[in-house]
Design a protein around this ligand. Structure first.
Ligand SMILES: C[S@@+](CC[C@H](N)C(=O)[O-])C[C@H]1O[C@@H](n2cnc3c(N)ncnc32)[C@H](O)[C@@H]1O
Length: 360
């Protein structure tokens, strides 16, 4: 048992160790610049020695008009202190990164006198001002008291949090009513703690979704990895951003051009809704409830559609019309978890479907 326990901890840790690349951060963050003026940004899963989130905000500190940048680092980070792209790799600096620490920056000026205010000045600041980089008392867990104190001080949290703690991570942001922009997986949409927040327009998806490449530890074993210039990268599918910062894309209207026919859009056997196989197939002339794939969240405009529920979770949203029993079919357990419709005399279950309706 103990062995298994350790294995689980190790697996969980491995799952959490992938590092966001700077171009992906720049690509998303460019949609939110107006939100950052005079704000305190907190990157709370980010060793500044390896995090491109820290690097992005340090580099753009003046351009965004930030008030303060805080980054904290977790003791278990696989690569902490190993990838000193940003700073000097001296033994003294390395020892600093072997313990959880925090960095707080309130100003980036031309400290090194090279005529520009940029990353080199942040580097200078960290090396020369002992108040900027300090040790944390605990392990840097985002739930620890000292990290929560920093969270309270922050206006906006931006990071790629540990995958295995996504629910808890979002719950904490909600508890402290923080603005945020974080990376997650599209399947997080279906989590029972996350879906209601999306349905109620408390949070939404960011601009970019799809597959994304992350840097991973050399020990990371999985398909879709490759090594470039001594670093290992892996491709992850279904990556998306979750946020409560407004952006233009969520106000874009989806053009609808398909027409409803009962043949193309079968009515579910167990929900009061029709099956829509692809988001681009949402019919322009159907005004009742439709079951759409979770990728719908990528184009969801709350002025155009409302979300009424999700199929994959009992009858939480009161839209189920039928529960199967063992007398109906031996597959009743599976079928009750999904929306179903008849194909060639057989009940076909769908993947998790969002139940939506057009707004008038
Ligand atoms: C998916 S990685 C992303 C790292 C970095 N934010 C980035 O985007 O490059 C998640 C990070 O969270 C750290 N982590 C894991 N559990 C944590 C916890 N309880 N509190 C804070 N950080 C944690 C991991 O060590 C890892 O560095």
């Amino acid at each position: 048992m103990a062995g298994n326990g350790n294995l689980n901890v190790a697996n969980k840790a491995k799952k959490d160790e992938f590092y966001t690349q700077l171009p992906d951060i720049e690509n998303e963050l460019r949609h939110y610049k107006k939100h950052f003026k005079d704000k305190t940004v907190f990157c709370n899963c980010d060793d500044p020695y390896e995090s491109n989130f820290f690097k992005y905000f340090a580099m753009n500190f003046n351009q965004l008009g930030l008030k303060k940048l805080i980054a904290t680092c977790y003791s278990e980070s696989f690569v902490a202190g190993k990838q000193l792209a940003l700073f000097d790799d001296s033994p003294q600096e390395k020892s600093k990164t072997s313990v959880p620490h925090k960095i707080i920056i309130t100003e980036v000026t031309d400290l090194n006198g090279d005529g520009a205010t940029n990353l080199a000045d942040v580097e200078w600041l960290i090396k020369n001002d002992k108040n900027v980089l300090t040790r944390l008392n605990g392990d840097g867990d985002f739930r620890s008291d000292e990290c929560v104190e920093l969270l309270k001080e922050a206006d906006i949290v931006v990071t790629n949090p540990p995958f295995s703690l996504f629910r808890e991570y979002v719950a904490q942001l909600m508890k402290y009513e923080k603005k945020f922009l974080i990376i997650g997986n599209e399947n997080n949409v279906t989590y029972k703690e996350i879906f209601p927040l999306l349905m109620n327009n408390t949070i939404w998806l960011g601009c970019k979704s799809g597959s994304q490449q992350f840097e991973v530890p050399m020990s990371f074993e999985k398909n879709n990895t490759y090594i470039k210039e001594g670093r290992k990268y892996a491709k992850f599918g279904n990556i998306c951003w979750f946020t409560n910062l407004d952006h233009n894309k969520r106000h874009d209207k989806l053009d609808l051009y398909k027409h409803y026919t009962p043949e193309d859009y079968p009515t579910y056997d167990n929900y009061a809704a029709i099956e829509v196989g692809r988001v681009s197939d949402i019919p322009c002339d159907y005004d009742d409830i439709m079951g759409v794939p979770i990728t719908f969240m990528q184009i969801y405009n709350p002025d155009q559609f409302e979300i009424l529920g999700i199929t994959d979770r009992g009858d939480e949203y009161g839209l189920k019309t039928k529960e199967y029993t063992k007398y109906d079919t031996p597959k009743y357990g599976d079928l009750n978890r999904r929306a179903t419709y008849w194909v060639n005399g057989e009940l076909k279950p769908t993947f998790a479907k969002l139940l939506i309706r057009k707004k008038h």
